[in-house]
Ligand binder design. Sequence first.
Ligand code: OAD
Length: 258
Amino acid sequence: MRHANVRDLLASASRIAVLTGAGISAESGIPTFRGAGGLWRSFKAEDLATPGAFARDPKLVWEWYDWRRGQIASAQPNAAHRALVELEVGQVANLRRVANPPAEDSTSPDQQRFTLITQNVDGLHNRAGSRNLLKLHGDIWIQRCTACGAERNETHTPLPEIPPRCSCGGLERPGVVWFGENLPEEILARAQYAATQAEVFLVIGTSALVYPAAGLAGMAKSAGAKVVEINVAETPVTNWVDYSLRGAAAEILPQILP
Ligand code: OAD
């Protein structure tokens, strides 16, 4: 019944925004961060995912990222990633037009209709085929030089050299956001804008604990969106969302597609 309500909401919305977290990739075999089997149960974030940790021991940090890259490389996008592609394609093809976009809205009509915001760095949304995708926490397949700032895509696993070096000789770092660092400003601004413009906001597979990403659902709600959570467990947003669908994203998402 609630699934049918959410399906109707999605079918009639001209603007949809979605926030995903590690839970959407769980069924692809990629560990989440918190909860049973979560990475932060076996590893300390402060040893591996902070600027201080990298300054102290870049080799250790890179070994951990190299291990995670190997896990991700052997994983495939799952039914939840694919359902979000289907939702985007359907939404973009829809004849409904976004009525009177605000003058400051510089996004294309397709982007106005559907925005996928992810905290995941695994690249599985890209591999599934999502298009209007905002990566709030960066991308594990990008390396950035700490000396000259150059970025490059590096997909070899295992990495040929640890720690990797830029062609300028500088030390490279993973192109992800670490604890204590700011999110990319423009991407965050676009995510916040999409949240405030959305008629329906889906929040999928995230513990909703890490800000500013965790604040997006509340922003959407305050701006008038219907907020729908999909998660196997309760989270801090469960008690105020409009619909909370309990279960695996890969099972539920295909059931609520319009
Ligand atoms: P978490 O590991 O904190 O939370 C994963 C969420 O997914 C939990 O709420 C689970 O209940 C839920 N979950 C697990 N399996 C699921 C499934 N099959 N279907 C639906 N939900 C499922 O991951 P995030 O919220 O993404 O940041 O974590 C946020 C940030 O904290 C990450 O981006 C990362 C981490 O430290 C940085 O690295 C900066």
